[in-house]
Design a protein around this ligand. Structure first.
Ligand SMILES: [Zn+2]
Length: 62
């Protein structure tokens, strides 16, 4: 995941910054508790493609 790309990406819903979760290849919005998938190095920044992360997963994010 390109660091520059990551730095300019924001959540399409709240416009907040995202956390890159490397093992899962997801970009996570803590505010909305949504995880956006990264497929073939391309972040899929659509709410319809995102999954809601559980509280358990949320707690594991640093
Ligand atoms: Zn958000």
């Amino acid at each position: 995941m390109d660091k520059y790309l990551l730095s300019i990406l924001v959540c399409p819903l709240c416009k907040g910054s995202l956390v890159y979760h490397k093992p899962a290849q997801e970009l996570i919005c803590r505010f909305d508790r949504l995880a956006y998938p990264i497929r073939d190095q391309i972040p899929i920044m659509f709410e319809a493609e995102a999954r809601t992360i559980s509280l358990e997963e949320y707690d594991q994010l640093s």
